[in-house]
Design a protein around this ligand. Structure first.
Ligand code: FAD
Length: 402
């Protein structure tokens, strides 16, 4: 555990009980946020969050921390804007500083088709009440003076969209802040407790098998990120999800401020600066499905080459670390939240390369569904049933999902 967890949080650990109203599998952001809102907003605190390893050991502790709402379909724009709004007041609500910082995001275009895509993004975002505007290369350069507008002579910047509301937050702190908030309301959070099967009574799911024995539950929610296919298979549910690795790397400290987040669909990379001054660089997900957490030299080589075309100063920095996470990529690049068709078994999944920003809204909406039995309007378009009725929410609004 790090100093933040040991010294700045007050964590109330509990013994595992044999029965809960709600069991949530997975101690990542989505599982813990759902538990927190169930207890804090709906008074349902007889809840357990079961985590196979440690809190935040999945993608919630491995991501590049970007929070934004400039997506490509109206349902997603509204959903992520709500999450962005919740993030703005979350430090006060959870009583925990997680370094939330609004930076703005510049999304570069190097070709006419990319310019058209960015213009379309702006029009759609504005129609949904989200501020995203086209800017000229000179305006992009004013926002980000380190940017080489010639793109190293190969990728000239023709223009960009600018989304001023985009932010970052320290990912592991967000997850632990939700864990603390849930525990304060009486939720049991158990680490090193792996779910190895589901208890069934006929078609209904009635609990979970774990490494610490069976536990019964009124409702079981799977919030396990890239491991969702395994958990869903225990309930005989087949999801339109494939698990793909996503890589990122971080440099040593850059002495100057690097203000906005920079994103580029054509070069398939994005760049931002951490609170410590390091530069974090991410890319698209790996095409080959796999559960491998091994990052590769070829990723590092291609991503570093692309990023240095845009930002020549990166050549003088050193790469400190690279890593990978396994992402639950849905068939239409949108989340899947809610009922599964199996009584007592729900999922929050399909968070792919884009789910950190969604943690507050995803948790809030899933908690409302579990507590009231009614599907909230923001969540409604993202049900599993959309694939059967041909209402896929195709949205490739992320750098990682071209
Ligand atoms: C390199 C990288 C960069 C990213 N960058 C961004 C970004 O900038 N912005 C953004 O919005 N999103 C980003 N993402 C995506 C984002 O991190 C995820 O979508 C989000 O964290 C998913 O949260 P989660 O709670 O669903 O899953 P996770 O955080 O993965 O949590 C799932 C948990 O379930 C546990 N688990 C699995 N199986 C079991 C079991 N059988 N029993 C008990 N527990 C189990 C795991 O150990 C894990 O802790 C990125 C992801 C990666 C990998």
């Amino acid at each position: 555990m790090n100093e933040f967890v040991e010294r700045l949080l007050t964590l109330q650990w509990h013994e595992l009980k044999r029965s809960y109203d709600v069991v949530i599998i997975g101690g990542g952001g989505h599982g813990l946020a759902t538990a927190y809102y169930l207890a804090a907003r709906h008074g349902i605190a007889n809840v357990a969050v079961l985590e196979a390893r440690y809190i935040g050991s999945g993608n919630s502790g491995r991501n590049t921390t970007i929070i934004r709402a400039n997506y490509g379909i109206p349902e997603a724009v509204r959903f992520y804007q709500h999450s962005l709004d919740l993030y703005r007041t979350l430090e006060a609500e959870l009583g925990c500083w997680f370094m939330h910082s609004t930076k703005g995001l510049v999304w570069l275009a190097h070709t006419e088709p990319a310019m058209r895509a960015e213009r379309a993004r702006c029009l759609l975002n504005i129609a949904c009440g989200v501020e995203t505007v086209m800017i000229t290369p000179q305006e992009a350069s004013e926002l980000c003076p380190q940017l080489d507008l010639s793109g190293g002579g190969r990728y000239p910047v023709l223009g960009a969209s600018y989304h001023p509301g985009a932010a970052t937050a320290r990912h592991d702190r967000v997850v632990w802040a939700y864990a603390q908030g849930a525990m304060r309301h009486g939720v049991h959070v158990l680490q090193n407790t792996e779910v190895t099967g589901l208890l069934r009574d006929g078609a209904r799911v009635t609990g979970v098998e774990t490494s610490a024995g069976p536990i019964s539950a009124g409702v079981v929610l799977s919030a396990v990120g890239g491991d969702v296919s395994t958990i869903a298979a225990y309930a005989d549910v087949r999801l339109p999800i494939r698990t793909h690795p996503l890589h990122a790397f971080v440099t040593n400290e850059y002495a100057q401020a690097f203000a906005p987040i920079l994103s580029d669909t054509e070069l398939l990379c994005y760049v931002s600066q951490t609170a410590r001054g390091e530069i974090v660089i991410g890319a698209e997900y790996e095409r080959q499905p796999s559960y491998s957490l091994q990052s590769s030299f070829s990723f590092l080589q291609s991503c570093a080459a692309k990023a240095t075309h845009l930002l020549p100063f990166l050549r003088d920095l050193r790469i400190l670390r690279q890593w990978a996470g396994i992402c639950d990529i849905s068939a239409d690049f949108s989340p899947i939240m809610g009922e599964t068709g199996v009584d007592g078994f729900l999922v929050t999944t399909g968070w792919g390369t884009w789910g950190f920003k969604a943690i507050p809204a995803g948790g809030e909406q899933m908690a409302e569904l579990i507590a009231t039995g009614r599907t909230p309007a923001l969540l409604d378009p993202f049900g599993l049933g959309r694939f059967a009725t041909d209402h896929a929410m195709a949205d490739q609004g992320s750098t990682g999902t071209r």
